[in-house]
Design a protein around this ligand. Sequence first.
Ligand SMILES: [Zn+2]
Length: 168
Amino acid sequence: MTADRWPRYAIYKLMADVGDEHPTYFHDKMLRPGQTLADALPEWEESGRAALERKRGVVLPKFELTVEEYPKPRTWACSWFAHWTFRCDEIPDAGAALASFQDYVWEVEREFPPELASVEAVRKPGYVCLMGAEDRWRWRGAEDDGGSREAPCDCEHCEEAGLWQINH
Ligand SMILES: [Zn+2]
């Protein structure tokens, strides 16, 4: 199976200059089908600022968002020790979500071989970090009272949001 049976979306790296010494990084974003970058930007800016202000408990005097498109569209976007994608016709169920995620991981590993990882390689534009997703045994859903759900996450939150999420 090739990775081309899965839909691909433009992925964006978001950074904000809020007056600190270094820019603040946000989780990668991707456009929903039919959404344009111009539509998405105000939404990303507002949610990014709100999240950071909530976390710091201050009103930020400055918030300048920089958006960089990764050179290659992908099926899955990276967030903090998790990846997510949209539920869609090609990925209607858990089995398809796992298969497409495995294809995504193999594709990224081929392009960025872990054995060649170095400080320079990681800093190259377009570098994709898998954050531990290389190890399939780490894949799981959200934590709840009984422990971890299985991957992909089947909680109400993911379902309502129309997303597949795999934590790792
Ligand atoms: Zn979930």
